[in-house]
Design a protein around this ligand. Structure first.
Ligand SMILES: [Fe+2]
Ligand SMILES: [Fe+2]
Length: 276
């Protein structure tokens, strides 16, 4: 399934070039900026993201080179991957979800994940925006390659009486779910391993040995993203939150309204860039 989608939509060369330049530690912000600027749409999207409230440097980023210097090379590489992946998937047809709804959910997850990462001073926070945006990308692969089975799984998850979480419903129908498919795509596209892990783990329940890492943050952000989309702070309306993960991050219910507000402010200016 993943191999077929990879053939249908190859990952843009500019992202791979940026990745190579970063692997070669001699590259400077201006060199990386120059490569990204060859793609005007990508440059515009990076400037939007860097100037969004999520990054606390709003308004001061006027060139891609400056974005690279201020946001950091690793994070810009990850954002480049995310933007390229969204553009790629906007060309992969599916009848089951609007791309607007899909990327909105991803953007809200990205924004909440960044806020949470800052709050808990996560060390590997540079992956959070991209991981949030792409966490459900496996669904797009499944929707495109196996639309009929995906429709069955989707309908089963929407059933009011015994609606399973979508990933559990997929497991019943396919024997695996979108976390595994997404992680496989991320592996085939040579995404950083941390990013692959966040995609793979975003529905995995924490065990007692779990420590705070990016995948726990994305896991909680996924549920809170749904609240941000609904503009609600009522946990009953969100997909069930992994309680252990919630506690691990030191969160309580009173923190939610602020997180939701911040996410909404951050996401609004970005939606147009990602939804074409
Ligand atoms: Fe998911
Ligand atoms: Fe999700």
């Amino acid at each position: 399934m993943v191999a077929k989608v990879s053939k249908l939509a190859s990952f843009p060369k500019v992202a791979l070039r940026v990745d190579e330049m970063m692997a070669d530690h001699a590259s400077e912000a201006k060199d990386i900026g120059a490569v990204i600027e060859l793609d005007p749409a990508l440059s515009a999207a990076i400037l939007r993201v860097a100037n969004s409230p999520s990054y606390n440097i709003s308004g001061s980023v006027d060139s891609v080179a400056r974005a690279v210097a201020l946001v950091g090379q690793v994070e810009i590489r990850n954002i480049t991957f995310a933007i390229c992946a969204t553009k790629t998937f906007n060309d992969v047809p599916n009848d089951l979800i609007s791309m607007e709804d899909f990327w909105k959910h991803g953007l809200y997850c990205a924004a909440v994940a960044r806020s949470l990462g800052e709050q808990v001073r996560l060390r590997d926070a540079d992956v959070l925006f991209t991981a949030g945006l792409l966490h459900d990308v496996g669904q797009l692969v499944m929707f495109n390659q196996c639309p009929d089975a995906s429709r069955v799984a989707l309908q089963q998850s929407l059933d009011e009486n015994d609606g399973l979480m979508p990933h559990l419903s997929e497991r019943e129908v396919f024997g695996y779910d979108h976390t595994e498919v997404g992680a496989e795509l991320a592996a085939q596209w040579n995404f950083p391993s941390k990013l692959q892990e966040c995609i793979r783990q975003h529905h995995t329940l924490c065990d007692e040995t779990q420590t705070i890492d990016a995948s726990v943050v994305v896991n909680v952000a996924n549920s809170l993203a749904v609240l941000a989309e609904l503009n609600s702070s009522d946990l009953d309306e969100a997909p069930p939150i992994d309680e252990r993960a919630f506690k691990l991050l030191g969160l309580n219910e009173d923190d939610i309204p602020e997180l939701i507000d911040a996410a909404r402010t951050s996401v609004e200016p970005l939606i147009k860039m990602f939804v074409t």
